[in-house]
Design a binder for this molecule. Structure first.
Ligand SMILES: [Zn+2]
Length: 92
């Protein structure tokens, strides 16, 4: 079975794996990707809302040209995995 080199979808790290279905370098990254996927994201031209369980983060008055996906990642980065995990555990 050949060793395949891939880039982690969560942190971007390069890693080697024998499993072609694998998308993340570690369990931590896999869990983080799962938690992030639990966030409900709503956006239009000037607002971006992320909801983790009962916790809502809302950005308003954004530049319409701003990259919403990059802002979303920044919010997730700033909150950090522990807080997101706790917030997601609180059901809406
Ligand atoms: Zn990773």
């Amino acid at each position: 079975m050949p060793l395949i080199y891939k880039f982690c979808e969560t942190c971007g790290a390069r890693y080697g794996t024998f499993r072609s279905q694998r998308k993340h370098c570690s369990n931590a990254c896999r869990q983080r990707a799962y938690r992030e996927s639990q966030a409900t994201t709503v956006h239009d031209e000037t607002t971006l809302t992320l909801q983790f369980g009962r916790v809502t983060v809302k950005l308003v008055d954004l530049d319409p040209a701003s990259d919403k996906e990059s802002l979303r990642r920044t919010i997730i980065e700033v909150l950090g995995p522990e807080l997101i995990e706790q917030a997601t555990a609180l059901k809406p």
